[in-house]
Design a protein around this ligand. Structure first.
Ligand SMILES: NC(=O)c1ccc[n+]([C@@H]2O[C@H](COP(=O)([O-])OP(=O)(O)OC[C@H]3O[C@@H](n4cnc5c(N)ncnc54)[C@H](O)[C@@H]3O)[C@@H](O)[C@H]2O)c1
Length: 275
């Protein structure tokens, strides 16, 4: 897996190890890599320096997994940064390209080299890509981040279809707001409170919640689940713009029910509900 030294990635390592997986975690940050894995049994987890935008690094990450543990059963392409930000007409091309190199090229390289290994083993295997609900609309993330995550979404679909013949499953997970070191950078508690206010489930989404979805998809058991993207967002994407609630029409809060006949000329039906 990639980006295992912090936040969601570290939560995934903890969950997979608890489930009995042996994990090789690649990360670009040697400091957090060393800190994060000091508490794990070296027989369960190996931390490897890896920049996901560099092909040789990703190839070496996969090779290390095979050397250490004999084979590869799952690849989690999780590493990420928030990337380029600012008005579109002020964005630096190099910053745009750097964002895509980590978020989109990194997932491509992880998919490429995991697939080579899966094919060398005779097929089978699972790839789980870290997408984001920012892939699905224009109002959730910075432009480059959202566009790169949309690329991850589509790469998940195309490779799921392409690799199905080899029984290689490719799925994605799309977190909403998860309070990790990346999410908190440049933010404070007031942003955490605002994020929770926007989330229909009034309990913070944690790295462990995301890891639960990853663990499910990593497992060979859901054999027919491929090409999906599982939102782990406490209902944010389900609520969409949340327009009904914002305009005071939250159905769950109404004390009446019935049938609105609109301008048809027929009388509407209104039932007053017991409180
Ligand atoms: N936190 C959220 O709310 C949220 C929401 C949606 C999606 N995500 C996605 O989840 C993933 C993890 O994010 P997080 O919030 O845990 O962030 P994080 O910063 O806590 O962890 C990201 C990890 O990726 C590593 N990394 C960065 N660049 C790398 C590179 N070039 N090569 C290898 N490793 C690299 C970092 O060192 C870090 O350990 C990212 O893909 C992010 O886009 C996060």
């Amino acid at each position: 897996m990639t980006g295992g030294a912090s936040g969601i990635g570290l939560g995934i390592v903890e969950r997979l190890v608890a489930d009995g997986w042996k994990v090789v975690a690649g990360d670009i940050n040697p400091v957090t890599l060393e800190q994060a894995f000091a508490s794990f049994d070296a027989g369960d987890v190996a931390g490897v320096g890896c920049d996901v935008s560099v092909e040789d690094d990703v190839a070496r990450l996969v090779a290390t997994a095979v050397e250490r543990f004999g084979r590869l059963d799952c690849m989690v392409n999780n590493a990420g940064i928030s990337g380029a930000f600012g008005p579109i007409h002020e964005l630096d091309v190099a910053h745009w390209d750097f964002t895509f190199a980590i978020l989109a090229r990194g997932v491509f390289l992880g998919t490429k080299h995991a697939t080579r290994q899966f094919l060398a083993q005779g097929g089978g295997g699972s790839i789980v890509n870290m997408c984001s609900i920012a892939a699905w609309d224009g109002g959730t993330g910075p432009q480059a981040y959202s566009a790169a995550k949309a690329a991850v979404q589509n790469l998940t679909w195309s490779t799921a279809a392409e690799l199905a013949a080899h029984r290689i499953r490719v799925n994605a997970v799309a977190p909403g707001s998860v309070i990790t070191p990346m999410w908190m950078k440049g933010r404070d508690q007031s942003h955490v409170d605002q994020a929770l206010a926007l989330q229909p489930v009034k309990e913070p989404t944690t790295s462990a919640h995301v890891a639960e979805a990853v663990a499910f998809l990593a497992d060979p058991e859901p054999a027919m689940i491929t090409g999906t993207c599982v939102a782990v967002d406490g209902g944010i994407s389900a609520a969409g713009t949340d327009l009904a609630r914002r305009l005071g029409n939250n159905p769950g809060a109404l004390r009446i029910s019935g049938l609105n006949m609109g301008t048809s000329g027929a009388k509407s039906v209104v039932n007053v509900l017991d409180s």
